[in-house]
Design a protein around this ligand. Structure first.
Ligand SMILES: [Zn+2]
Length: 313
């Protein structure tokens, strides 16, 4: 993560966007003139009360002798406000929305769902799917959260870009938290242009897609059966080869070899699985079935074992 920039600070104003004067914006590293030029700040009327320059008490602002003056009830005197105290701005996220619209190559017109708070940005083709993108501001605001959630869709495919701090899970309603992204992680301010990089969203969606695919394939019953089939094959091959070497051994010594027919129950015990699973594993795999049949027949096992020995088993 890069060092937070003044633009990051600006985007966080979305948590609780309210009019600010030059002093407050300056404290956030935001140069009002620069941001106003880009359209990220809009001038708004100076409030009737401003803070006393000495004690910060709210003081009534009046025009006195053609000058803006304020009377501090705490200090009991008139004071002349700083120039930065007289000009006020409110953050405006429209340029960010326009850049996101372009960055995601959106189709369909942006729709305002709640003025200043919630937009249906448009539809975008991303990570192989068509997604509707929503942008929200003030989702963490207690007064707005309910209204916002009410307007959000309940489907699991739409995306939500959050201006400001990402919401806690309980503030997302039924919206899928996996599909919620910080708009701040996608946009950056370079000169007076807002750049958009949709890669983080794309990568996340691709990862979610592949996880979903993996879930579909396994590690369910099929993966377990597949695993067992491999183990059973290896076990039967070793048994079959064992039959050959045992018979050879007994013949050399002139002793009697007693052939044992392996059962599915025994195999199940060896692998600590249910016999029905061994039965299913064998039924579903022709090669395994053949090996199992061979392992149960003394002569066939001997011949197969002999061929295995020849082939360097
Ligand atoms: Zn004062």
């Amino acid at each position: 993560m890069n060092n937070p920039t003044s633009f990051d600070a600006f985007l966080h104003l979305a948590d609780n966007a309210h009019p600010m004067d030059g002093v407050m914006l300056g404290e956030n590293g935001i140069e009002p003139q620069v941001y106003e030029k880009i359209g990220l700040l809009k001038t708004c009327p100076t409030p009737f009360q401003i803070e006393c320059t000495l004690c910060y008490t709210l003081s009534r602002l009046v025009v006195r002798h053609d000058k803006a003056m304020a009377f501090c009830p705490n200090c009991g005197c008139w004071f002349e406000p700083y120039e930065e105290q007289l000009k006020w701005w409110t953050p405006c996220f429209e340029p960010v929305l326009r850049s996101l619209y372009k960055g995601f190559a959106c189709k369909e017109q942006t729709e305002v769902l709640i003025p200043d708070y919630l937009w249906r940005l448009g539809r975008s083709a991303i990570a192989g799917q068509s997604r509707v993108i929503y942008v929200v501001q003030g989702i963490n605001d207690m007064r707005m959260n309910g209204r916002i959630i009410e307007k959000l869709p309940e489907n699991k495919v739409s995306l939500l870009l959050v201006l400001g701090t990402l919401p806690e899970k309980e503030k997302c309603g039924s919206f899928d938290p996996d599909k919620i992204f910080s708009a701040g992680s996608l946009v950056s301010l370079e000169g007076d242009e807002i750049h958009v990089d949709t890669t983080p969203v794309k990568k996340t969606l691709e990862m979610l897609n592949s996880l979903r695919e993996a879930k579909k394939r396994g590690p369910g019953k099929n993966a377990k059966i597949g695993d067992l089939q491999v183990k059973l094959k290896n076990r039967l091959l070793s048994l079959i080869h064992g039959v050959y070497t045992e018979i050879e051994h007994h013949e050399r010594l002139g002793t009697v070899y007693k052939f044992h027919e392996i059962t599915q129950k025994e195999l199940a015990e060896q692998f600590e699985v249910d016999p029905s699973m061994v039965s299913r594993a064998i039924k579903k795999d022709a090669e395994l079935k053949l090996l199992f049949d061979i392992a149960q027949n003394r002569d066939e096992a001997y011949n197969k074992g002999k061929r295995m020995e020849k082939n360097g088993y």
